[in-house]
Design a binder for this molecule. Sequence first.
Ligand code: NAP
Length: 303
Amino acid sequence: MPTFADKISFCIMLLKGKEIANQIKEEIAVEVEKITSKGHRAPHLVAILVGEDGASKTYVKNKELACQKVGFTSTLVRLPETTTEEELLTKIQDINNDDSIDGLIVQLPLPKHISENNVTQAIDPAKDVDGFHDVSVGKLTKGQDTFISATPYGIVQLLDRYDIETKGKHCVVVGRSNIVGRPMSILMSSSGKRGNCTVTICHRHTEDLQRYTTMADILIVAVGIPEFIKGDMIKDGATVIDVGITRVDADTPKGYVLKGDVEFESAEKVAGYITPVPGGVGPMTIIGLMQNTLKSHQNKFNS
Ligand code: NAP
């Protein structure tokens, strides 16, 4: 049975992405108000969704709702599963050429017959608010101003809002995907406000993973395997950022529950701070996207 003190510390250690995201949405809404009061149009985000993937539909819906909340214009382009790569690339070109649009995202994953790389690289870097284009990634790597991939951007801001010191800390990132793990490792090692870490990046060929994870002051996990990291893989007092979100079959009204990559029950006993799933990194990812869209609009109108 947890004591009262346990419950208090439990409340303190949660990194509540959802709450921080709501605060930042209000801040963005104020900026949008300023923009429109100057006579400019509101920032406009377009999302393309190909096919009927249930999780993707939910993610896109959440992005649309966030746009409404902050006062952006949002457009959802729904395309059937049978869409060819050529048709999708043509649609992207049309959007690239449309001056009334600031940001374009194509929800991943795409059907297998479409190259994600070709699609990502077809987006105008000036509208690449997901930060997946080679130009964005290259600039990020060189520490230049750019659109930062939304999830790592959101995580850095979460650390910032909770005033978690990163300078000189050892950050271990588990997972090296192009959209999360790799850009995350670059950001944490960069000289930005919440960077300056010494970074270790782990993947499926890492030998003795636990040896590295238990050395982490900040442990960021993005592997997509539910409850992969257990409490005994975490250093006492570490900050744990759980990026994973997987639908696991369960006897619930929806037929599933959402699980992170970290086993929360054992991890919260050792971690200093930890993100919940859901309600941790997910809402902050949407914030990263909203901020990138606002930035794109500001780049255009210098507003
Ligand atoms: P991904 O592209 O599948 O990459 C997974 C990474 O995990 C790979 O680098 C892989 O290593 C590594 N990995 C797999 N098994 C491992 C093992 N046994 N030991 C160590 N590393 C291992 O996934 P992703 O796109 O980064 O996404 C990861 C998770 O985050 C998913 O659950 C996804 O749904 C979630 N996600 C959440 C958000 C959010 O907003 N909350 C955003 C994006 C993603 P190799 O490179 O060696 O294969």
